[in-house]
Design a protein around this ligand. Structure first.
Ligand code: SF4
Length: 362
């Protein structure tokens, strides 16, 4: 079915919802692993358009939410160091660590600067040679090329006061870990922005080995409904393939230039994910060649012992085994103005999405 160009056309959405209702017979649980999809699903009320047979569950797709509490504690410890400036994307400063947050440290006098990119942090470092500027690298392949380019530029400029604390992650290990752990996932709605960089081929093992349909989706309502319909067609015919719905942006091979800069600067590493624990080969750390920019190596600090927020079930929400409204703190002690956990802080967090738009009846 060809979609009208704005990808929000009501007739298209209605037609797709009708096809899903008509063709879906087998109960199916579809996980999205992209914060943009989580917000779009709730904002457009898509769960309410689907039949009882189709369940949507949110997974670990929000970059801020999956950044582990140890990473926040590490950033807090760095912020307390004299002469260090933390440069970070805005959402991260409000994420609670074990006993503090970057927002609290800033209120106590630490230098915490919100930036839009790693290059902005590098420019700030170049203009302030007396300071050590630590950029907090979070997110998936959508953001890691930007961090990689800043590191390459820092090396060209022989910068000696620019550092990266990397918590960059790659998605497939988390997707397979959830299946291995026994979370009921029958199919994946695969992330659009990540796949622009990686290509859709990274999901082939999930479709092949795990027999789970994977459809890379765009972000508009008719994109998402068409993707769900593509999944339903696969489920009903017993298929498990990788398909690209978001073909106006995603190719099977992805963006080779962006992949090259990631490979130049980073190497694969084990990494902690909030809720999922330490996953083998799920993170990106700076390669030996660029280790002089690695804040973890170059600025040693004592990191406090980890203490999770009492009552917060963010970990279960990120694994898709609980919904935000199953948390006792949801809408009471925990709101976007007073977030207890990371999933309420981020504009792409599941708890934040449910707070803003409700759960749309699913
Ligand atoms: S509502 Fe708040 S406390 Fe509960 S899981 Fe979400 S972020 Fe954590």
């Amino acid at each position: 079915m060809n979609l009208r160009e704005d990808f929000r056309n009501q007739r298209d959405c209605r037609a797709l919802a009708e096809r899903i209702c008509f063709e879906s017979r087998t109960p199916v649980s579809i996980m999205e692993v992209c914060g943009g999809h989580t917000m779009a699903l709730q904002r457009h009320g898509i769960p309410s358009l689907l039949p009882e047979t189709v369940s949507l569950i949110s997974g670990p797709g929000c970059p801020v939410c999956v950044s582990d509490i140890r990473f926040i504690d590490h950033a807090v410890a760095l912020a307390r160091e004299p002469g260090v400036v933390i440069a970070t994307y805005g959402d991260l400063i409000r994420v609670p660590g074990s006993t503090s947050s970057l927002e609290k440290e800033k209120a106590n006098g630490a230098s915490v600067k919100v930036v839009w990119s790693a290059l902005e942090a590098l420019t700030f470092a170049s203009a302030n040679p007396g300071l050590k500027v630590v950029f907090l690298g979070i997110g998936f392949e959508t953001t890691s090329p930007g961090t990689a380019i800043a590191v390459i530029e820092a090396a060209k400029a022989s910068a000696d006061n620019f550092f990266v604390l990397s918590s960059h992650k790659v998605m497939p290990p988390a997707m397979t870990a959830l299946i291995d752990e026994g979370v009921r996932i029958d199919a994946y709605l695969c992330p659009g922005h990540v796949s622009v960089i990686t290509g859709s081929s990274i999901y082939e093992p999930i479709a092949g080995k795990y027999h789970k349909p994977c459809v890379v989706s765009g972000f508009e309502p008719s994109d998402i409904l068409q993707s769900i319909w593509m999944i339903i067609k696969q489920v009903e015919s017993g298929d498990a393939r990788v398909e690209i719905q978001y073909s106006r942006a995603v190719r099977p091979e992805g963006n080779l230039r962006a992949q090259k800069v990631i490979e130049e600067v980073f190497v694969s590493s084990d990494d902690y994910w909030r809720g999922l624990g330490n996953l083998p080969k799920s993170g990106l750390k700076l390669a030996e060649k660029y280790s002089r920019f690695d804040a973890a190596e170059m600025i040693p600090v004592k990191i406090e012992e980890t203490r999770e927020s009492a009552g917060c079930i963010c970990g279960d929400v990120l694994k898709g085994i609980k919904k935000p409204n199953q948390c006792k703190l949801f809408r009471t002690a925990c709101t976007p103005n007073h977030p207890v956990g990371a999933c309420m802080v981020s504009s792409e967090g599941t708890c934040s999405a449910y707070f803003q738009y409700g759960d749309n009846g699913k």
